[in-house]
Design a protein around this ligand. Sequence first.
Ligand code: ADP
Length: 655
Amino acid sequence: MREHFGVDKDKHASSQFADSSDERQGNRTATIYKNEQTQSSRDAELQSIVAQFWGIHEFRPLQREACEAVLNARDSLVVMPTGGGKSLCYQAPAVLLGGTTVVVSPLISLMKDQVDGLKACGINAVRLDSSRDLACRLDEAKQVLLGKVQLLFVSPERLLQDEFCELLRQIDFKALAIDEAHCVSHWGHDFRPEYRQLGRLRKLFPHVSLHAYTATATERVRLDIVKQLELKDAEILIGDFDRSNLQYSVVSRHGSLVDQVLSVIERYPKQGGIVYCISRADVDELCAKLVKAGISAKPYHAGMPAEARVKTQDAFLQERCDVVVATVAFGMGIDRSNVRYVIHAGMPKSLEHYQQEAGRAGRDGLPAECVLLHSGSDFFTWKGLIERSAREAGIDNAYVESAIAHLNEMSNYCRIGSCRHGILVRYFGQEFSKESCAACDICLGQTIAVDDGQVLAQKILSCVARLKGRYGVSYLIGVLRGDNTKNIRDRGHQAISTYGILREQSIDDLRDWIFQLIHQGALAQEQIETAAGLGVSVVSLTKNAWEVMRNERQVKLMQSLVKKKAQVRKSPGRASISEASSDADENLFDAMRKLRRTLADERKVPPYVIFSDATLKEMIQVRPKTLAQMRMVHGIGDKKLQQYGDMFLQLINEA
Ligand code: ADP
């Protein structure tokens, strides 16, 4: 999708700049560049640079257009899902343009990752951040001044400092790339006040083009980014939001949580995965249980000391730890591309959060799995947390209402029996026309609708009617199952006609269906105050309930979230290339991972900076015999070929 809009509708911004004075050199160079070269020769040059440095032989959708915007010095906003390949959109033009492209990034870990990756490809990139020692910073600043640095990474705070702006005035500052640009917007999920100040750069460097990149797609955020950064006649490029390599499923949280989590982890032995929990206490508890079960897992949440958090993050990035159990605090800095699964041990608070968190799986484009373990009570846990924090912070009702609307959307995602890829893509305002995604529990037929759901629903609703809407979920389940408890006997509820009417059903199923009825609007859950002044939550009928009972309205109950066992992905039993791979391939994969690890440790970079899993797998498939053949493998540019080619060829020959 390609749109044009901006705060300034001047369609001829770049040609105007071409006529202006020498001070506007940055922009002039780009414009002259545009004028002097034909489209096709520039395309060829771009393609050749991308192959030479990155070993990438084909652009992904919109990458070429995004690169052209930078080369033409035209402001742009590029929205691509996580893993879509946003970095190449400013990195490749930076190499082609010469001079220096400045990249703003919100986290040191993100900058480090990109700089390591660029250096490994033979591109001179540096990051100026406070974590480096002074000598190092001075040396790198010198390189910048000498015009030797193609990509310069900085935090938004540093970029806005007078001293730094002065440095930029002295160099051939070509373009400004703003990574994670949703941080600019209040409406995004990671608002950063310093990002909002970046609009000032427009005035300080009016002739440097601005390019914003984000994975957040809502229109409101997009418009806000354009406005706050004062983008002019911006080229807006919006990618396809479907992450077709991700397999989504929602599973009811039943029985032991750790067993449910383990059943997913065990399908991906020795591979990277993230488990998200709602609270810090849940993180600590679940992580301890996983470690006890022999899993290489580490915790991460904002309540831990900074040092411990960095340790967890580094261990995960360097593949010294397979699983991170975390709250949402574990997020933006996670660039490990071979995360094979993301498990949510509780429902996230919005679809936007889910897209971001689950989206950390499979950035390398290989198949990955996103499993959401859901309970109807998650909604109420979040609702309580949101209301409490709003009360404590004195935030108005509008915020609470909007947060609850997001929760409802998220709940519906868990409850509705339609394609999960479709729900996510449509949420971000795009069409989803495939009949079946073949990559979610619904389309794969892993969920089961209850045969007589309408009748079951009528039985539950009539029991609520007989209890006069005065009791909570657990009590209702007790009456439906005919529990012989003192409470029920004291109230005489063993005598009502619906007592024991669903005695053959399990507590978990009944709980699930009651919440499904709440989400379908047939039941309401509300807080009331008892005579003793205690707040309790009760289940009552809605207007729709009477229509369901009279068969004027249909409801559908899913056994939903219980998987047909045979259809769940099988465990390959080890870190695997594919379910169909041979033992020889698997052994070679192991050997390559070992070599990659050794090389990474020697260079103090994460293993995926040496080669991604996708590159290793392609090498195993193609089995190159010469360096020339190896050079055609995705992810192997000239520098990596020269540095590692022989070592990997030897492994392939020995296999
Ligand atoms: P994003 O920032 O959009 O999340 P990245 O820029 O980190 O994504 O890219 C994700 C992965 O995709 C990286 O491993 C990158 O090397 C790879 N990649 C980028 N562009 C291409 C391409 N055209 N072909 C193959 N792989 C690509």
